[in-house]
Structure formats: C-alpha cells, structure tokens
Design a protein around this ligand. Sequence first.
Ligand code: ADP
Length: 190
Amino acid sequence: MKYYILFGPPGAGKGTQAGSMVERYHLCHLSTGELLRNEIAAGTELGKKAQALIEAGNLVPDEVVEGMIAAKFRSTGGVNGFLLDGFPRTIAQAEALDRMLESTLESVTACISIMIPDSLIQERIAGRAAVEGRADDARPEVVENRIKTYHAKTEPLIEYYRKAGKYQEIDGVGSIEEVRDRIFAVMDRF
Ligand code: ADP
C-alpha cells in the first residue's frame, strides 16, 4: 500500500487537488477535517468535543485524530493506498503514524506539500467561506489563529519528512490544472 501525505497550509488547495489524485492513483482519500465535520454534523460526543476547538481555529487532541485514522486503515480495502489530507498535523501525530505503519512493516511513501504564501491563504479562505459556509472560515481572527497554529505546530513536519528523504514540495500558486499537473509529475515517480 502507498501512504501519501497531502501537506500544506490552510487554503493551499489540498481538498481541491485530492479528488484528481485519488482518481488517478486509486487511493482512498482520508481528510481528518472532513471526518471531524461529519462527526459534528451527526452530533456525536466526539463531534461535540471537537466543535469548539475547530471553531476557535485550534487543533483537536492528537489521540482523537490518530484513532480515526487507525480505524479507517483497518476498515478500508480494495485501493492502492491512502491519501492523508490534514494528517499528520503535529510531530506527535507523525510519530504515531510511523508506529502504526511499522506494525505492518509499511512506511510513508511521500509527503506531497503544496506551498502558497501567507498572503494568499487569507484570500483563498475568504473566497471559500462565501461558497462552502464553513464556520472556521468565516471569521478572519479564526483564520489568523489557524495560520499561527500551522506555523507553530505543523510546519516542523517539513523538516521531519525532509530528513526522512520523503518531502516533495509543489508550488501551489497557479491555476488548479497547473498545480494538478505539477503534483502528477511528482507522484508518477512513486
Ligand atoms: P484546513 O486545511 O482548511 O485548515 P481542515 O479541513 O483540514 O482545514 O481542518 C479543519 C480543522 O479540523 C482544523 O483547523 C483542526 O481544528 C481540525 N483538524 C483537522 N485535522 C486535524 C489533525 N490532524 N489534528 C488536529 N486537529 C485537526
């Protein structure tokens, strides 16, 4: 099985690009943000706990997302691998992922990182807020906090995967098709 990490700051275009990536490489798309939003919509205990954190632009606890990912790994079959979107988001989650995969003698295939400058993040999320109506997109101070959280907790993963020889950076500035073709050019090598 292939295990791709789809990495990048909020608004980089991960959700936009994920569809064509899973189709081309027959992967299962696992978006922790989407899984958490489903829990909130269903009104589960987990969803109730996650909602306040998400709407303030903070991360939910590592154990919560690690549990969701492990359950999906166990229950999904018939694919060439997984596209992890929004996970890992902290070094602790990356270490947990490594341990999960080690237990089946597997490992992360590559970290595909879509990079855009901070100035574009606010602009893209403001555009998305108008279309998708996500509560954590609507308030600029919440988006600001998500960007801060990204720099403090998630950005260190770049070094983590670079050291492991698995970091592949893609320029996320350009049209959807341009960025998609850059991603395909990298993923075709694995
Ligand atoms: P975006 O990529 O636009 O920031 P996501 O849809 O990936 O948004 O995630 C939305 C929110 O869900 C995050 O701001 C965070 O609160 C929570 N979340 C998603 N994935 C994780 C994770 N791996 N660890 C902790 N919290 C997460």
